[in-house]
Write a protein that binds this ligand. Structure first.
Ligand code: HEC
Length: 358
């Protein structure tokens, strides 16, 4: 896998699927549909084609939308109907339902160590991690694991990078390149069924191990699953957002109830990594989310114990506003010490399926 700037080389996702959140497959409905529309050509027991599409509705769509000319007559079936057929095929052939895949997209932290955290964005078998913490002098430090690959079970592991880049208000913001990336160590995370995870990373030879869990600031953490398709209709904005023409900075959004917690990963005037946080962006009457933007200081990343931040660590540097045009595009506007920045943002896609949170 090639790493290009901030992002992983993007595999073009040619999914012809709609934006509706995935619903559970209905194999019984799939059998009715199969009997009506497929059996005449493929037999009572699926053969010569559908047997290759167990739990794989995209394969049926590919055949019906041109791959198999005879099948154009069934291309009117909806994505949900194809999903039902693929589920019934799997059932009747004894393959069984697809294993529900847990999705770990969330803001994770250690509740005893308020002040640092790690955002995981989970797509396909890849975990993209952004760690926000502090250096030995207490200044903001962020590190990124752009490709935490699934090892086995629920363990993901990858190289950890520190990056440099244009100042947050550079316009245009030139995408970062190989010269901006330094491998500083590795990161490994193992998720457990109980909802905690073991985080271990090394930064310039210093090893850190922490137990983390999803951060809850609303009534509950968002529940994330996966979807192969776009999310224009999504109403939960939890995700990693970016501007595709400006690889190198990004915004992690955590969405609970009517509040967004957002961490902005960017660079200061000297090109050094800088992260800023909107701890409570609340929903406004016009549908946008607005909150104070903070720059924080704190104990070094490897402090043990890591003393939670207090009021003396927080400085309001401005405000941040997020306005979403739909579930997959929006505008980010913020000010830092009087400097205003406005950017178009979209959800960052680097693998499939992608997360959908509720
Ligand atoms: C008019 C006949 C016809 C109908 C109706 C039809 N198919 Fe097919 N299908 C074919 C033919 C011909 C092939 C190619 C046979 C082969 O690949 O061996 C095929 C191939 C396929 C393939 C294999 C494509 C691949 O990627 O290898 C799948 C999957 C499939 N059909 C599913 C279905 C499903 C599900 C339905 C009902 C919704 C259906 N077909 C209805 C004729 C039909």
């Amino acid at each position: 896998m090639r790493i290009r700037g901030w992002a992983i080389a993007i595999v073009a996702a040619l999914w012809a699927l709609g934006g509706a959140p995935a619903r559970a497959q209905n194999a019984a409905n799939g059998e009715i549909l199969y009997r009506a529309y497929c059996e005449a050509c493929h037999g009572v027991v699926p053969a010569n084609g559908p047997d290759r599409a167990a739990n794989d509705p995209a394969r049926i769509r590919a055949a019906a939308s041109g791959g198999v000319p005879e099948m154009r007559i069934v291309n009117f079936l909806s994505d949900n109907q194809l999903r039902d057929i693929a589920a019934w095929v799997a059932q009747v052939l004894g393959i069984g339902p697809p294993q529900p895949q847990a999705n770990y997209t969330a803001l994770w932290w250690n509740p005893q160590e308020s002040g640092w955290g790690v955002n995981f964005n989970h797509q396909g078998a890849i975990l993209f991690g952004t760690l926000f913490t502090y250096d030995a002098a207490g200044a903001p430090l962020w590190l990124v694991m752009p490709a935490g690959n699934l090892q086995s079970g629920t363990t993901f592991s990858g190289d950890l990078y520190r990056t440099t880049g244009p100042p947050f208000n550079a316009n245009p913001f030139t995408p970062i390149g190989a010269g901006n990336l330094t491998v500083v160590g590795t990161m490994t995370v193992t998720f457990s069924a109980s909802g905690t995870a073991a985080l271990a990373y090394t930064f310039n030879g210093v090893a850190v191990s922490k137990t983390i869990q999803r951060q809850v600031f609303g009534s509950r953490a968002a529940s994330c699953s996966t979807i192969a398709g776009d999310r224009a209709t999504a109403t939960n904005y939890q995700d990693l957002w970016w501007n595709a023409a400006e690889s190198g900075w990004g915004l992690n959004v955590t969405h609970q109830d009517d509040t967004l917690f957002a961490t902005l990963f960017t660079y200061d005037a000297t090109g050094r990594d800088l992260w800023l946080v909107m701890a409570a962006g609340t929903r406004q009457a016009d549908g946008s989310y607005l909150g104070d933007l903070y720059r924080t200081t704190g104990p070094a990343f490897n402090a043990n114990p890591f003393t939670p931040l207090g009021p003396g660590n927080l400085a309001v540097v401005g405000t941040m506003r997020l306005r979403f045009a739909n579930g997959s595009a929006g505008t980010l506007a913020y000010t830092v010490n009087g400097v205003s920045v406005t950017k178009a943002i979209t959800r960052q896609v680097f693998a499939s399926p992608v997360p959908i949170c509720q």
